[in-house]
Write a protein that binds this ligand. Sequence first.
Ligand code: SF4
Length: 197
Amino acid sequence: MMKVTRRGFLKISGLSAAVLASGLGFDLEATAAQGYTLKLAGCTKIPSICHFCSGGCSMLLYIKEGKLIHLEGDPDHPTNEGTLCPKAASLAQVAYSPDRPKQPMYRAPGSDKWENITWEEAIERIAKKTKEVRDKTWKNTEEISNAKTGAKETVIVNRAEGIGFIGSAEVDNEESYLITKLSRLLGSPYHEHQARI
Ligand code: SF4
């Protein structure tokens, strides 16, 4: 019996479909092109940027009646020239996945489940925790060695040791500016960005 590998099977079935279609007088390429055109008929095309990593690839989103019908890489964009990696190619699933959280969630200490909470509750909690951590980890002074003499001396540092900020590829210039401002305001010297990690 002839052994057929998975790749071989796909090749054979592709060939069979092509042979069958050409035998019946179909032009597969023309059919595919027409299917594509029909799928996108009536859609609004919106250029956008993928948010998954700092690559900044550009996508074209096709929207009809408020729903994402199709997405693909933007051929005119210099970064990705029409291509998309698998993460971005499957972005529609993120938009419509039933598992996608749509509101803040909270897991109490020791609990094994997450509960939905309101945005007001989440913001209130984050504010309280930030204050609590800032008060607990605030550092006024630090002992350092004098660079010239080597002698120990105490300098004023005034920083929140327990708070750090991390930016993501989804953060734009204006948001980065605001995050930096907030971090300075709280006294945290710790900034990082996903692209550097
Ligand atoms: S398409 Fe892929 S490589 Fe490009 S930005 Fe999105 S995740 Fe990064």
